[in-house]
Design a protein around this ligand. Structure first.
Ligand SMILES: C[S@@+](CC[C@H](N)C(=O)[O-])C[C@H]1O[C@@H](n2cnc3c(N)ncnc32)[C@H](O)[C@@H]1O
Length: 197
């Protein structure tokens, strides 16, 4: 069994206390027996590369990430949007979960953090699926929606950024979703909101 403290020193109850697991020990047990063994090697590498970052706790938790990967695969997502990239854990996970001709528009106002994960994303051979935009998210979403071909064209949106704008992101992501109905998913951290269309 891997020593969790070595792999993810900050991945403790601080991140899990909003969930059902009410003890560090139980959370570590779940991570070590169920989550880490299923984690692709390069995601593990990205997680380890992020661990020394002072804000490493911001990264998507690997257990939540695996739920996201499952959703992406279940709906055969091809075109997705991510708001809040940080070092790229959820981005790499999404890029590994969509088909080779899939596309992710990934927006973050801090390119510096993205540069930490970028070499690992390149190593995974999925960089061609990613269009990273170094910007505040709202203006990019508004610009995207000015183009009628983008409206209703996304299968999946993952919002993991500044909470104060979640309602604004929600409104815009609804416009970006697939018109075809039951194939789109909008997932958002912090407010634990998951809407399937
Ligand atoms: C929780 S972290 C994202 C974690 C990421 N999903 C992962 O798996 O590692 C939040 C990110 O949102 C970015 N962010 C915060 N407010 C933003 C805004 N208004 N526009 C764009 N990015 C923003 C921050 O720079 C930070 O990298």
């Amino acid at each position: 069994m891997e020593e969790a403290s070595k792999l993810a020193p900050n991945r403790t109850l601080k991140n899990a206390d909003k969930g059902l697991l009410q003890s560090d020990e139980l959370y570590q047990y779940v991570l070590e027996t169920s989550v880490y063994p299923r984690e692709p090697e390069l995601l593990k590498e990205l997680r380890e590369a992020t661990a020394s970052h002072p804000m490493s706790e911001m990264a998507t938790a690997p257990d939540g990430g695996q739920l996201m990967a499952l959703l992406l695969k279940l709906i055969n997502a091809k075109k997705t949007i991510e708001i809040g990239v940080f070092t790229g854990y959820s981005l790499l996970l999404a890029a590994l979960s969509i088909p080779d001709d899939g596309k992710i528009i990934a927006i973050d106002k801090n390119q510096e953090a993205y540069e930490i994960g970028l070499p690992i994303i390149k190593k995974a051979g999925v960089e061609h699926k990613i269009d990273f935009i170094d910007s505040l998210a709202l203006p990019v979403l508004d610009k995207l929606l000015e183009n009628p071909t983008n409206e209703g064209s996304f299968d999946f949106a993952y919002v993991d950024a500044d909470k104060i704008n979640y309602w604004n992101y929600h409104e815009r992501c609804l416009k970006c979703r697939q018109v075809m109905g039951s194939q789109s998913v909008y997932a958002s951290t912090d407010v634990m909101l998951l809407v399937c269309f």
